[in-house]
Design a binder for this molecule. Structure first.
Ligand SMILES: *Cc1c(COP(=O)(O)O)cnc(C)c1O
Length: 391
């Protein structure tokens, strides 16, 4: 590196992170999407991946990816509006629109890109965007990119949201964006109340189903489960979590998708997804359509795990989904908890501030449909050891 100021700046900040035990590295592990992941020559039960339905390794999904590569090659070769759209892409979008019961669907390169695309295309510097305080970073970044005024309301606090909406009553362009399933707490947005408030104030509603897709509503998401599909202006979901592929989708009215195709910069100025991802996603959507109860299985496992945790005196917060946090408090306790589970062959991530509020460091357990009864027993006994040791 030639620029001295840059080298000095980065070195100093990285030292601070190390001193504060906040320095991060990609973990040296293998098979991280599988039921059993590998690290340092040992196998661990994988409770950290978002491959909730195990579809990333499903024979039909893998075959679809390989067939797409055979047919189209490894790369799409260009952005969507140039030559990057091939017929498999059109089929995926048609399938997604039908699956979600919306007029049209648009597929983007990732959930991060999709949120940047949606928010920056729908809001500008004259707009106000209401955002739950625990929304995903990509929503926060989308609001920044749009130049809109960001109004963050307290997590799931409808009185606070109402007060915020009142405060900006006169604003003309208003948007509300929310995760449906919150990724660090595994709780759900109060969509019914949110929609009611937004209709009252003429606010457009965007829902991010990154962790709801594949799980709730026969795989269509939480909005569908609650019968609220038609009340929502923009549905977004990802293809790289429960769907086991890669990318993201936006569904809604044709006017919306036309607008995004014409104005959303992360859509326009980025190379289209590779054939393997599109083929895999299409197979995954079809599989979920044929077996709509897969998500329910994972939710039942999570319910069983939560009652087990409660009995052991462990705090799972407001979790109501396949994501079950075990809230341990200090960073040290969370790291010790992670170690205890690793010793017993269970891999779960310790999540610490600033990702979660200070004093609420936790282990984040992601249930998955391919866990066996024996896996559940191993997990439960590991959590009992953890409860005993950290009591
Ligand atoms: C993971 C996630 C995203 C980003 O999706 P990627 O496809 O991983 O880029 C967006 N929103 C939420 C709520 C997420 O959990």
């Amino acid at each position: 590196m030639k620029a001295l100021w840059l080298k000095k700046r980065m070195t100093a900040s990285l030292e601070d992170l190390r001193a504060d035990a906040r320095f991060r590295q990609t973990p040296g592990l293998d098979r991280g999407a599988d039921r059993m992941l590998e690290c340092g020559g040992r196998q661990y039960l994988n409770l950290a991946s978002n491959n909730y339905l195990g579809l990333a390794g499903h024979p039909q999904v893998k075959r679809a990816a390989m067939e797409a590569v055979e047919l189209y090659g490894a790369s799409s070769g260009a952005s969507r509006l140039i030559t990057g759209t091939y017929s498999l892409y059109d089929r995926l979008e048609t399938e997604l629109a039908g699956f979600k019961g919306c007029e049209d669907a648009l597929v983007l390169g990732s959930g991060y890109a999709a949120n940047l695309a949606i928010v920056s295309a729908l809001a500008d510097r004259h707009a106000v965007v209401f955002s739950d305080r625990l929304n995903h970073a990509s929503i926060v970044d989308g609001i920044r990119l749009s130049g809109a005024r960001q109004v963050r309301y307290r997590h799931n606090d409808m009185d606070h949201l109402r007060a915020c909406l009142e405060q900006y009553r006169e604003a003309e362009r208003k948007l509300l964006v929310t995760d449906t399933v919150f990724s660090m707490d595994g709780d759900v947005a109060d969509l019914g109340a949110i929609i009611e408030l937004c209709r009252e104030h003429d606010v457009a509603v965007v829902v991010d189903e990154a962790h709801g897709a594949g799980i709730f509503g026969g795989g269509r998401g939480l909005a569908h489960e609650l019968g609220l599909t038609k009340e929502i202006d923009v549905h977004m979901g990802t293809l790289g979590k429960a769907l086991g592929a890669h990318g993201a989708y936006v569904t809604g009215d044709r006017t919306l998708t036309d607008w995004l195709r014409n104005t959303a910069r992360p859509f326009i100025f980025s190379t289209a997804l590779p054939p393997a991802a599109v083929g895999a996603a299409l197979a995954a959507v079809q599989l979920i359509g044929e077996s709509p109860d897969m998500g329910r299985t994972v939710l039942d496992m999570a319910e069983r795990l939560r009652s087990h945790c409660r009995a052991a005196g462990l705090d799972t917060g407001e979790s109501a989904t396949q994501i079950v946090p075990v809230i341990l408090g200090s960073n040290e306790r969370a790291l010790r908890g992670q170690e205890i589970l690793r010793e017993r062959g269970v891999w779960a991530g310790a999540v610490r501030p600033p990702t979660v509020p200070k004093g609420s460091a936790r282990l984040r357990l992601c249930l998955r449909a391919d866990l066996t009864d024996q896996d559940m027993i191993l997990l439960e006994s590991a959590l009992e050891s953890l409860a005993e040791e950290l009591a």
